[in-house]
Design a protein around this ligand. Structure first.
Ligand SMILES: Cc1ncc(COP(=O)(O)O)c(C=O)c1O
Length: 423
């Protein structure tokens, strides 16, 4: 909690304590870990074409439960969703120089996974009110080299899957769902991660449920699942030692989940509904409490979908408010609100895109492919404007907030709004 900024009206902040840090671990998680520890087997994997190729008892049980819960045919656990994304791109068999359209509003691993396989990330703009990839902008970016759309269900919001699926069908593209932040989010009654060819979730410490580090890839395609299992567990070695000759050209990694993480995952899955509901209730309370504040736009939920509120996103209108976002942000922080963020990630503006792989730089890796992909500021004006001027997020995933905490957050917002001329 920052204490060095003076709160409004005499310096007494509305919130003068630290919020409780998010914690989804309870006695059952702890017992499940102890049980695994007592077996002495902390990982059941062997990189051979035998019964241990797909991991230990806990890993297999976890994957089966996950498939049942999310109504998918195959679930492949991994040691992080970053690993999961790399495995997804690998399993779809793209060629170096193929273009994959994605969003700049995402965590960096989304696009790094594309670069990992020498494919080219092409950034489409985002929708101004949902922050998800904009299908209109996606269509404008499609070329002969485009092979996939990597959509991100950002902050818990579902992408516009009707239009993304239509584009995928029309242009024969694969659809990959990065639903890292959006566990239990549904679109037309189906869980988002499983709506594309391949997708998945992160189980890192900050997610609704977690295994410390971890992730799960989901797919309904047997062929992709086979490749995912191989990439997770040193594909080249199992081809050499066994019968999986159809995977000859594959390389793999150690993306394997340990038995302890899988045991925790089994327990976490049992409480995912409750954990997501908690965040949805916080959002509901904020929606009611903040609804009449001028110049503040509250989150929109896409039609036919649910929102799991990894983050509570808002948009400020500095013109209506008469003050900059910076000033409002500072005033809200001074009132003791924790977890506020005045920006999100706008990936194409990261130094690695601006310097390392910018077109024209001596390191530009795909000059070889004769492509001129621009990462210049201006290519995604909606995302950039939100980033520069208007976005305001409350990272509710960081805390276990109760009703009183949320009441105080609302009170702090109201105090700042009432004193807006003084900030
Ligand atoms: C949208 C998105 N994609 C990918 C990742 C990477 O997941 P992990 O931290 O499990 O590697 C994250 C993590 O926060 C994320 O939010």
């Amino acid at each position: 909690m920052k204490k060095n900024i003076l709160a409004l009206n005499g310096g007494k902040p509305i919130i003068n304590y630290s919020f409780k840090i998010s914690n989804s671990i309870d006695r059952k998680d702890i017992n499940s870990v102890v049980k695994v520890m007592k077996t002495g087997v902390l990982s059941g994997f062997v990189a051979s074409d035998n019964e241990f190729f797909r991991g230990g008892n806990e890993v297999r049980k976890f994957e089966n439960l996950w498939s049942k819960y999310f109504k998918v045919k195959f679930s492949v656990s991994v040691n992080s969703w970053t690993s999961g994304l790399i495995a997804c791109i690998g399993a779809l068999d793209f060629e170096p120089g193929d273009e994959i359209i994605t969003t700049p509003w995402t965590m960096c691993a989304t696009a790094t996974a594309i670069i990992h396989w020498n494919c080219i990330p092409v950034f489409a703009d985002i929708e101004p009110d949902t922050f998800c990839i904009d299908p209109i902008s996606v269509e404008k970016r499609i070329t002969k080299k485009t092979k996939a759309i990597l959509a991100v269900d950002i902050f818990g919001q579902s992408c516009d899957y009707i239009r993304l699926m239509k584009l995928a069908k029309k242009y024969n593209l694969k659809l990959i769902c990065d639903s890292a932040q959006s566990i239990l989010t549904t679109f037309k009654g189906r869980y988002v991660g499983g709506l594309g060819d391949i997708g998945g979730y992160s189980l890192n410490y900050h997610k609704h449920i977690n295994t410390g580090e971890g992730g799960v890839i989901v797919t309904n395609n047997k062929n992709y699942a086979k490749k995912l299992y191989a990439i997770r567990n040193h594909a080249e070695a199992i081809v050499a030692k066994g019968t999986k000759k159809e995977l000859t050209n594959m390389i793999g990694y150690n993306f394997r989940m340990g038995e302890i993480e899988a045991a925790i995952g089994i327990q976490q899955l049992k409480k995912v509904k409750k954990r997501v509901k908690l965040k949805q209730n916080i959002a509901k309370q904020l929606n009611i409490g903040l609804k009449n504040l001028k110049g503040l736009k509250l989150p929109k939920v896409r039609k036919h979908s649910t929102h799991s509120y990894y983050l509570y996103p808002m948009i400020l209108n500095p013109k209506i408010l008469g003050v900059s976002r910076k000033k409002i942000f500072k005033a809200l922080e001074a009132e003791g609100i924790q977890g506020l963020t005045e920006k999100y990630i706008t990936l194409h503006l990261y130094p690695m895109y601006q310097k390392k792989i910018a077109y024209g730089s001596k390191n530009f890796p795909w000059s070889y492919f004769g492509k001129k992909i621009s990462y210049k500021k201006g290519i995604c004006p909606v995302a950039e404007n939100l980033q520069d001027k208007t976005f305001l997020g409350l990272q509710i995933q960081l805390f276990d907030l109760n009703k009183k905490d949320v009441d105080r957050i609302i009170k702090a917002f109201k105090k700042v709004w009432q004193n807006i001329d003084d900030i």
